[in-house]
Design a binder for this molecule. Sequence first.
Ligand code: PGA
Ligand code: ZN
Length: 416
Amino acid sequence: KIQKVLAAEVLDSRGTPTVGATVVLSDGSIGVANAPSGASTGKFEAHEKRDGDKRRYHGKGVQKAVQSVTETIAPVLENIRKVTVGEIDRIMIELDNTKNKEKLGANAMLAVSLAAAKALAMHYRQPLFRFLGGANAQKMPVPMMNILNGGAHAANNIDIQEFMIMPVGAKSFSEAVRMGSEIYHTLGGILKSRSLAVSVGDEGGFAPDLASDEAAIEVILEAIAAAGYTTDEVQIALDAASSEWASGDGYRLPKRGTQYSAAQLISYWEKLCEKYPIRSIEDPLGEEDFPAWTTLTERLGKKVMLVGDDLFVTNPVRIREGIERRAANALLVKPNQIGTLTETLTAIALARDNGMKTILSHRSGETEDTSIADIAVAVNAGYIKSGAPCRSDRTAKYNRLLRIAQENDLDGNYGG
Ligand code: PGA
Ligand code: ZN
């Protein structure tokens, strides 16, 4: 039985309010979870409920979403007989009864969904990843660590939003974390030696004033080599976040000020992948440009992970469209884009069954919540993106994975 469902307005890593939920079962099992929050959000994401009352938190308060939990969700859940994650999520979806969760808010629903899963895991005396994944949950994911930032969030000349490193050649998860951390610090040293800024962005990556996207890749390659690694061992992943570039019927790269057609942007990615050891590109094309995605996937899909974030928004309906159109070959999984754990797992299964790779992902606004780490192992996702190997909101996930690896003897069971 569910004894109590509580919610509170708590702070995320940007100091902005978000929904924190607590679920208590009658045997005393307890689950606590927070919803994360994006900045470069996709147009098709589930609704994040905010108060809009300028007198509190500059309009960003989430008291109404907290009320969704305490006034609408809690009274129903506190009376149900069958306490499973699937049933709890089904009830919340029914209570909301809108297309994009605009009534209750995806932030309210996800916090409850995750808190309930954690309470149930405790009830069954299992870690969350085991409760969700069963005996099959065996694989540690490759971390995709964001170490350098551009795009809308950095005052430099770099159009691509995130530059990540993937220690694919590591022998274990803990070695991957060590390699990532060493390269991160080596990169900081190189930037410092050139009198470039080493202050960090929302996801912990550096945001130096570099001249171009290629200059950013070059300095990362330098850091990989200087830290003693080859580009077979450590490869580069990009998040272009190019939905932000959509302009007219093409793309305008704001920093360099160039206008590209979709075809020109596709050949730009092809050239970049020829020149550099790029293993993955997220949102290389816009969220409404399925035909161009199909072309790019045809051209680059054998060699490079083409990852749909804003394109798919973790939504099974959009993923199905992508599968039919052969657009993208990997899914970025952000539970708050869809709003419940059950739908998140459905999205993952759908992608998997159709040969797509899956990457569990944080948001730029995060908290100490580590659910995505457990989900990544639960579904043997293969990949996780949780920002730089620094800042507690980012390292909480990597640290959780280090513990899962150690406690369950899974460290060497590593790979994409
Ligand atoms: P977000 O995007 O700001 O929407 O969370 C960042 C990302 O894709 O990592
Ligand atoms: Zn993205």
